[in-house]
Every structure is written in structure tokens, then in C-alpha cells.
Design a binder for this molecule. Structure first.
Ligand SMILES: CC(C)(COP(=O)(O)OP(=O)(O)OC[C@H]1O[C@@H](n2cnc3c(N)ncnc32)[C@H](O)[C@@H]1OP(=O)(O)O)[C@@H](O)C(=O)NCCC(=O)NCCS
Length: 193
């Protein structure tokens, strides 16, 4: 991830700010990670859940985690709402994957849509990324709507992936390419990207 961003970005637009977490965000992160509703449609191995204590997760987020993934807090008017994640950067393919998860009390206010708009904007404007992908369980209609509203299209349906469960998880694969970029990308089962 260090190849993609020279420093950990702070991305702002309107009421939304995406920024690195600090120790003062531990209580809010703990509330998120304890929510079964939030993680119902997500892989089991997300970094913020790796440590029992949210403070430990934050302390390790920008060294141990950063090689594979960059997690930023999503704040609306300064209040912590959830997390945005960049992962699976493949430099030769100019490709990255994204994810997002919000505390339930912030759902339905357009926050994920605006946060994803900021993420895609930063990737296409300030990095060499041309292809952004997302994996979504078909039942997760809200997430599909967020992607659609940000110009993503459904590229593959029900692709088996390892989300840490006993059996492979069947995920829909969404894609958005930078305008004018013509090279295609095909999804392969179990690459999680
Ligand atoms: C998915 C998630 C991030 C959406 O966040 P959000 O801020 O509520 O999303 P937004 O308000 O920007 O947009 C949600 C859209 O989904 C729509 N929606 C919500 N539930 C829906 C449903 N069951 N069926 C169809 N559309 C639905 C909303 O109407 C809205 O669209 P609209 O603005 O056109 O009305 C949030 O629900 C969440 O954190 N879920 C748990 C974690 C998760 O699943 N993350 C995504 C993993 S791929």
C-alpha cells in the first residue's frame, strides 16, 4: 500500500472526512467491531477485529496492516461513523479493491455513498489506479446501491471466495474503471479481489 500512497491520505469533501484512526477513536471503533449487524455480510478476517482491544488494533493499523490494506476512519461532521478500506493493490494491473462499513445508526443518510465518492475520486485523480473492484454478497442490497450510485457495474455474479467461513462465500464482483480506460479485467474464483 505504501507504493500507492506516499503518505497516509486525509480525504475531505462536504461533511465527510476520511483519515487515519488515532487512539482517541478506540471507543468508537470498539462499538463498530462489536456490532453483529455490521459484520453480517463481511469476511471474518478484517483487521480491526484481529485484536480484542480496539486500542491495539489502532496501534498496529498503520504498520502491521498497511502492507496489505489501508483502513481509514469515516467521519461525518467530525463524528466517527465507520471504516473505509483500500486493499488488494495490484500494481501491474493498476487495480485495487475497496470496502466500507458503518455503524448502523448512520445508515441511510448517504454517508457510504459520499465516502465511496471520495475514495474513487482520490484513486483516479491522485494515483495510477485505473480499475477499482468491490466484493458484495448478493443479499447486501444497500452496498450494491452504494456502488451503483458511484458508477460501479456488476461484472460477475456469485463468484466463490474465501471469506473465512467453512465453505466458500459467493460474492458479486463490482467494477469501476477510470474514464477512457479501455483494458478489461476478468475475475477469477477465490482471488478475493
Ligand atoms: C452498506 C452500507 C455501508 C451502506 O451505508 P449507507 O450510508 O447506509 O448507504 P447510503 O445511505 O449511502 O446508500 C444506501 C442505499 O441503499 C439503499 N438500500 C438500503 N437498504 C436496501 C435494501 N434492502 N434494498 C435495496 N436498497 C436498499 C438505500 O435506499 C440507499 O439508496 P438511495 O440513496 O438511492 O435511497 C451500510 O449499510 C453498512 O455499513 N452495512 C454493514 C457493512 C457492509 O455490509 N458493508 C459493505 C460490505 S460490501
Amino acid at each position: 500500500m505504501k507504493k500507492l500512497f506516499s503518505e497516509i491520505p486525509r480525504i475531505c469533501g462536504g461533511d465527510i472526512e476520511l483519515r487515519r484512526l488515532c487512539s482517541g477513536d478506540a471507543d468508537a471503533l470498539r462499538e463498530l467491531t462489536k456490532s453483529e449487524e455490521v459484520y453480517r455480510y463481511l469476511p471474518t478476517f478484517l483487521f480491526e477485529k484481529k485484536y480484542d482491544d480496539a486500542k491495539d488494533a489502532i496501534a498496529r493499523m498503520y504498520d502491521e496492516c498497511l502492507k496489505e490494506s489501508l483502513i481509514l476512519g469515516i467521519f461525518s461532521d467530525g463524528e466517527f461513523c465507520g471504516l473505509a478500506e483500500f486493499y488488494g493493490y495490484r500494481a501491474p494491473l493498476l487495480k485495487i479493491s475497496i470496502g466500507y462499513r458503518l455503524l448502523p445508526r448512520f445508515w441511510g443518510k448517504g454517508i457510504a455513498t459520499r465516502a465511496l465518492g471520495l475514495m474513487t475520486g482520490r484513486l483516479f485523480c491522485d494515483t495510477n489506479v485505473k480499475i477499482i473492484t468491490a466484493s458484495v454478497i448478493p443479499e447486501n442490497k444497500a452496498s450494491a446501491a452504494v456502488l451503483e450510485k458511484n458508477g460501479f457495474r456488476l461484472a460477475a455474479h456469485s463468484v466463490p471466495e474465501n471469506w473465512g467461513h467453512a465453505l466458500p462465500t459467493k460474492a458479486d464482483k463490482w467494477i469501476r474503471t477510470a474514464s477512457g480506460y479501455r483494458r478489461g479485467y476478468s475475475f477469477h474464483p477465490d482471488k478475493n479481489t
